[in-house]
Design a protein around this ligand. Structure first.
Ligand code: C2E
Ligand code: MG
Ligand code: MG
Ligand code: MG
Length: 276
């Protein structure tokens, strides 16, 4: 039994790896072309204040329109974009498009929604990141405080000093910073306390089991209380049921995002659902 498993994994390594590499290169080539041709689409998912249910903002989530029929989810191409460095150009497009949309909604409807945009470590390490951000905000006339950047916790451990400096500059412009997928990484308390941030986003992994698993309840409660002690706002991601909403409300969580309040959707759908 064991022998058969190890032989088949060798086989996988031999042609599997070769094929995986080829596929990856092909993906990067296509993706580069797609950024130039603007074949990326942003979907928007509402973020609500738990107590009132009011939508205060949206998170922009990228999709790749690879063909007329195929809309590729971000986890299938963002890693390749990060490895190849393409994420820098792609991220700039995403930021500009999200800001353009925010400004359009503000002008068309008078409703100012805060726009949350995911950024990769690779983007933050780019020496031109801060000037690029400043340029995009000016060019699109977006109030910097109506933008928030989401950075994934697991990526924040590397290069703390350089990262702090960049995030500090972002916040001096008035733009917010959230730590995404919080609870899955290894941020120490002292590290957290030093990072210039505004918000913690509790990872969906702990929300899914919130009403059944005592361990998940403990972690969610810890994140909420710790966030508040550090004067941060706390948002829960992946809220799907009214029971989860109730539980989070009782635990003092500030905000929430998830299918219960709305799925990620094209800009027109979001406008139709919320603004008109
Ligand atoms: P994330 O930033 O943590 O985004 C939340 C993900 O959870 C999104 O998946 C969203 O569609 C999904 N989600 C939201 N509510 C629920 C729910 O109630 N239940 C369930 N099961 N899922 C829910 P998506 O759009 O596939 O994005 C996946 C990840 O890809 C994002 O995780 C983010 O890390 C990355 N990503 C997305 N857009 C961008 C981008 O523009 N730039 C970068 N660098 N990364 C991005
Ligand atoms: Mg996010
Ligand atoms: Mg997240
Ligand atoms: Mg997540």
């Amino acid at each position: 039994q064991a022998k058969r498993v190890s032989r088949s994994s060798f086989q996988f390594f031999d042609d599997g790896l070769e094929r995986a590499l080829q596929r990856r290169l092909q993906t990067i080539r296509e993706l580069r072309y797609s950024v130039e041709r603007q074949c990326l689409k942003l979907f928007y998912q509402p973020q609500v204040t738990l107590a009132s249910g009011e939508v205060f903002g949206v998170e922009a989530l990228v999709r790749w329109q690879r063909s007329a029929q195929e809309l590729v989810p971000p986890l299938s191409f963002i890693p390749a974009a990060e490895d190849s460095g393409l994420i820098v150009a792609m991220g700039e497009w995403i930021l500009r498009e999200a800001c353009r949309q925010q400004q359009l909604w503000t002008r068309q409807t008078g409703r100012r929604l805060r726009m949350a945009v995911n950024v990769s470590m690779r983007q933050l390490k780019d020496p031109d990141f801060v000037p690029m951000l400043r340029g995009v905000l000016q060019e699109t006339s977006v109030d910097p405080s109506m933008l928030e950047l989401e950075v994934t916790e697991s990526l924040m451990m590397e290069d703390t000093l350089g990262l702090s400096r960049v995030l500090q500059q972002v916040r001096e412009m008035g733009t917010g910073v959230a730590i995404d997928d919080f609870g899955t990484g290894y941020s120490s308390l002292s590290h957290l306390q030093r990072l210039p941030i505004d918000r913690l986003k509790i990872d969906r992994a702990f929300i899914t089991g919130l009403t059944e698993r005592a361990e998940d309840q403990v972690i969610a409660a810890l994140v909420i209380n710790m966030g508040h002690l550090l004067h941060l706002r706390v948002i829960a991601e992946g809220v799907e049921t009214p029971a989860q909403r109730e539980q989070l409300l009782q635990m003092g969580c500030d905000d929430a995002q998830g299918y219960l309040f709305g799925r990620p959707m094209p800009a027109e759908d979001l406008a139709a659902k919320l603004l008109l």
